[in-house]
Design a protein around this ligand. Sequence first.
Ligand code: KBB
Ligand code: ZN
Length: 266
Amino acid sequence: LSDARPSKIIHRLGRSPDMGVSTSRNEHCRPRQSPINIYTKKVRYDSSLRPLYIYYDPKSSRRLVNVGHCFNVEFEDNNDKSVVSDGPLTGYYRLRQLHFHWGSSDQDGSEHVIDGQTYPAELHIVHWNAQKYPSFDEAVKHPDGLAVIGVLLKIGEANPVIQNIINNLDKVKTKNKECPFTQLDVSSLLPNDRNYWTYQGSLTTPPYSECVTWIVLQEAILISSEQLFHFRGLLCTSESEKPTCILENHRPIQPLEARVVRSSSK
Ligand SMILES: NS(=O)(=O)c1cc(F)ccc1F
Ligand SMILES: [Zn+2]
């Protein structure tokens, strides 16, 4: 083998020299981790990307749960009343749950970062591929299993829909507590502009499964500093333990690797 192209050869075999040569199933290779920095000068406008089709039925919302590292609003997902389709997606994806990520101060908290700018929080609306898979738990095992809509939050006046959630946080203050939570209109949490960036990524909490088509909206929604303060008051401990607050729960950005982020707008 010519030594003219050692990096190319090693690259083709797997990682760079310091990462060792890969085996056929390289346990060190995680090519599609999330979140990432979206460098808007490097995204590729893709005219074949369709507008998102989003339909959420407020009757799908079921309960609010403290899952330890955050709180989830969970939805009935045994029917197709609340779905996302089109956009970058093939088939339709059923609404499963939504949750937020936040920081210990308003200076950071979002998971995705835009041109190096962090936002104070980020909303994730989680859907699973009900056209191809029988359940959420099966879907997370496949590269096209989930579609997560990411909505960045910026500081402004209080968000009335988020206030509706906050008014119930005292009922789920400690880990594993839950309470009924119905009639949430998820559409009211979306910005007017539905343009998005999309890329293939992963869950941002363990086991970091590489099963997510990420759809990050380009317009942020508002949340007040006081409302974020309430998020930080949620406890990650159960009621019998010494109380510890969930001050922050956002994962650091991950390497883009060989991926290109596509944009629905120029
Ligand atoms: N933060 S996330 O939207 O990637 C996520 C969604 C899930 F349903 C489960 C784990 C996750 F980390
Ligand atoms: Zn999330």
